[in-house]
Design a binder for this molecule. Structure first.
Ligand SMILES: *Cc1c(COP(=O)(O)O)cnc(C)c1O
Length: 393
């Protein structure tokens, strides 16, 4: 179905931060499959894990258990606030599980009317009915019938507006500590701490969507760690599978009280192939030195972006984000720069509010950053030159 409009180029292979098209043209991948290829393309450890598992066991369904699933869940529990993990194949399924868990929690506590989920403007939670209703973006809701009951949207980053919206039927608050699609907007640590306090006071479950900003991308394993608080429920995906479709809903034992036998399920979720890759990805992402590299190279990248901003102050208005989830807010349509970058062998994407979004693999080095920034520099120069020609004609 023509729901996407990709450039007419077939991609055939990748290694680390590089990908190659069918004509053999090389691209530097600073999009990483939308924050998915956290370890770059064809990471040897992931390739080995997948091929080894492919010769052992592909699928059993959750009618039976595998040790791989149990031990990967235990690993994620060991490094987070969570007591339980439900594996999915995507981010939006992890969101669905989070929303269902939240309503079931209050139902189980004898409050069946406590169903309202508050989301925020600019949010993105995937394309399922639950996901689009939780995010409330009209562009994604239009044409799909009436919006689902029990979803509200609040102004981004405004604690008073949030307090005013909460009532006795507020079941959960869902937010991305750093919005991705919404323009690479990070919430202030003080704001996150204030939301945590409100949730504690009113028995509201706090759901973090770290599908994009999690798995080391912000420079901490999870972006909420910058604020020193934890959620009750968290959806993760993208970077945790390094390119294999894998997501998870993480929750505390208390938040999971309603998730008993028969409450939820998935045929493929936690499948042995995904678990094998998930183990290899987890082991890399949680190596002690791994995040040091993310933070070091992220600093290089921001410094280089500052240089670009100084060179093109009329085009680059602001540098946003944390770690290797970055946005350049432009005064022009970022699609122009994205397309010029593509021609020049650099993959980047865009986000809401005229933002050029940059999400390289977390394994990049300073040379990769210099190369990407010099390509961007060239793109901004090309744009300016074309403008000057336009003006003088
Ligand atoms: C990508 C994304 C999702 C949806 O994940 P899918 O795997 O595409 O279903 C949800 N939330 C956020 C923040 C995302 O970036």
């Amino acid at each position: 179905m023509p729901v996407y409009t990709p450039p007419p180029t077939d991609f055939v292979s990748g290694k680390g931060v590089e990908v190659f098209d069918a004509n053999g043209k090389r691209y530097l991948d600073f999009l990483a499959g939308i924050a998915v290829n956290s370890l770059g393309h064809c990471h040897p450890k992931l390739v080995a894990a997948l091929t080894e598992q492919a010769n052992k066991l592909w699928h059993m369904s959750n009618v039976y258990q595998t040790e791989l699933q149990r031990t990967l869940a235990a690993k994620w529990v060991s490094v987070t606030f969570a007591d339980y993990v439900f594996f999915t194949n995507s981010g939006t399924e992890a969101i669905e599980a989070s929303l269902k868990l939240t309503r079931k929690y209050h139902f189980t506590k004898g409050k069946p009317d406590k169903i309202d989920i508050i989301g925020f403007d600019g949010a993105f939670h995937g394309r399922s009915y639950g996901g689009i209703n939780a995010a409330g973006n009209q562009n994604y809701l239009n044409g799909f019938g009436p919006p689902l009951p029990g979803f509200k949207q609040c102004k981004f980053g405004d604690i008073d507006a949030l307090s005013a919206m909460i009532d006795e039927n507020t079941a959960g608050i869902i937010l991305e500590p750093i919005q991705g699609e919404g323009g690479v907007r990070a919430l202030e640590p003080e704001y996150l701490r204030a939301v945590r306090a409100i949730c504690d006071e009113k028995d509201i479950l706090l759901i973090f969507d770290e599908v994009q900003c999690g798995a080391g991308r912000s420079g901490k394993l999870f972006a909420h760690e910058w604020a020193g608080i934890v959620p009750d429920v968290m959806a993760i995906a993208k970077g945790i599978g390094g390119g294999f479709p894998l997501g998870a809903c993480l929750a505390t034992e208390q938040a999971s009280i309603g998730m008993v036998k028969g409450t939820h399920g998935s045929t493929y979720g936690g499948n042995p192939l995904a678990m094998a890759v998930g183990h290899a990805a987890f082991d890399e992402l949680t190596k002690p030195e791994f995040l040091d590299n993310v933070n070091r190279v992220a600093n290089n990248m921001v410094q280089a972006f500052e240089g670009l901003k100084d060179a093109y102050p009329d085009l680059i208005l602001e540098i946003r984000g944390k770690g290797l989830l970055r946005g350049l807010k432009l005064s022009i349509d970022p699609l122009i720069i994205r397309d010029l970058a593509f021609q020049n062998g650099l993959l980047v994407t865009v986000a809401a509010g005229n933002v050029l979004r940059i999400l390289p693999p977390l394994i990049i080095n300073a040379d990769n950053v210099s190369e990407a920034v010099s390509i961007l520099d060239k793109c901004f120069t090309t744009f300016k030159t074309s403008q000057n020609i336009g003006e003088s004609q």
